[in-house]
Design a protein around this ligand. Structure first.
Ligand SMILES: [Zn+2]
Length: 130
């Protein structure tokens, strides 16, 4: 600590203290120890909280819009043996499987029609068809 620029005055005689003196130069009264100004105190309040990244919020703009139930059902009825309904709902692997097996020789396609009709199918994001 070097000399303080803030002037202090003697409580007894009012004389301005010389910065480094421990006693009043006029009356000899011991200089009251002024509470150290918290000038160099680290400001903990100013520390900003880290902002959590919102990268992995589900159901946002990166997802395709929800599929329509009636379209999926109609695709399943008319094009189910080609897996088009599964392509529509985003289940590409299932769609390819149905396409290659001709809808599981009709059985898989029929089962899917029932699944769509009973609203048991969600899209590949797990959302119900609208
Ligand atoms: Zn004094």
């Amino acid at each position: 600590m070097t000399t303080s620029s803030a002037p202090s005055f003697c409580g007894q005689c009012g004389t301005q203290h010389i910065a480094d003196s421990a006693f009043c130069t006029n009356c000899g009264t011991p200089r009251p120890i002024v509470a150290a100004a918290p000038a160099s105190q680290p400001s903990t309040a100013a520390v900003a909280q880290p902002i959590a990244p919102d990268a992995s919020v589900p159901g946002d703009a990166s997802l395709p819009p929800q599929r329509e139930y009636i379209i999926a059902l109609l695709l399943s009825i008319f094009l189910g043996t080609l897996g088009v309904d599964r392509f529509y709902t985003g289940h590409i692997g299932l769609g390819v499987g149905k396409l290659l097996t001709f809808g599981g020789f009709g059985i898989w396609a029929l089962i899917d029609i029932i699944l769509y009709a009973t609203r048991s199918v969600t899209d590949v994001q797990g959302r119900p068809l609208i």
